[in-house]
Ligand binder design. Structure first.
Ligand SMILES: *Cc1c(COP(=O)(O)O)cnc(C)c1O
Length: 219
């Protein structure tokens, strides 16, 4: 299956780049995929997944989690403040923290629930008006804000502009992370995970290359 090919490819790239075999986590992005395809990947032993809508994830993952042990679920799409509780109940990591109000809400809920997923700040590296994420110029200040809330901040995430060379954006994300002492880099998708891994990605988010084309595409 395609999962095997991607896993082998990731291993090859990491070795070539002189990185440890476990230096990067492959997140299988299962959004809008039929449950049968997701189940096949679970049956194959894969456990790390990405979803980009809370509601959609709530519809399938509680059952999969009951069926398969050790599921590691990452939210990679936008999070509304009113969905924070549901997100924190379901996800092991949230890659899309991008505003103070949201961070505050997560911090309050962490107090109440007594646990908090690993957090990544989404950086809008291309400063695209329609895209979520904190702009690069405000990233350092926002890292401080999140840290001041005593939250488990692990790293940064980006989605490069579609028509630009992704390596520039990955390098920028790496630079911002390094100067802020953050080790997590969530970057790279089906089309560009190789370059992301070479530039230090610790989490790659791969959907269509594993599952095939999405039936209803949404990014
Ligand atoms: C859908 C999605 C992906 C996976 O995209 P593919 O091109 O199918 O690999 C990765 N990251 C985010 C944020 C996404 O929404």
């Amino acid at each position: 299956m395609m999962l095997d090919d991607i896993q082998a490819d990731v291993a090859r790239i990491l070795a070539e780049a002189g990185r440890a075999p476990d230096a990067a986590k492959l997140l299988a992005v299962s959004k809008v995929q039929p449950n049968a395809r997701v189940e096949a990947v679970l049956q194959a032993g894969h456990r790390s997944f990405g979803e980009n809508r809370v509601q959609e994830a709530q519809g399938k993952w509680p059952d999969f989690k009951a069926q398969f042990e050790g599921v590691d679920l990452h939210l990679i799409g936008p999070l509304q403040s009113n969905k924070v509780r549901q997100a924190m109940d379901l996800f092991d990591a949230i890659h899309t923290v991008d505003r103070e109000k949201l961070a505050r809400r997560i911090a309050d809920m962490a107090q109440e629930l007594g646990h908090c997923p690993d957090l990544f700040i989404q950086v809008n590296t291309g400063a695209e008006p329609q895209k979520a994420g904190i702009v690069p110029a405000e990233a350092d200040a926002f890292v401080k804000t999140v840290r001041a809330m005593d939250l488990p901040l692990k790293g940064l995430m980006c989605i490069p502009p579609v028509d630009e060379e992704p390596s520039l954006h990955f390098a920028l994300l790496d630079k911002i992370a390094a100067r802020n002492g953050l080790s997590g880099l969530s970057m790279g998708m089906s089309a560009d995970y190789e370059i992301a891994l070479r530039l230090g990605a610790t989490h790659i988010r791969v959907g269509s290359a594993i599952f095939g084309e999405r039936i209803t595409p949404h990014r």
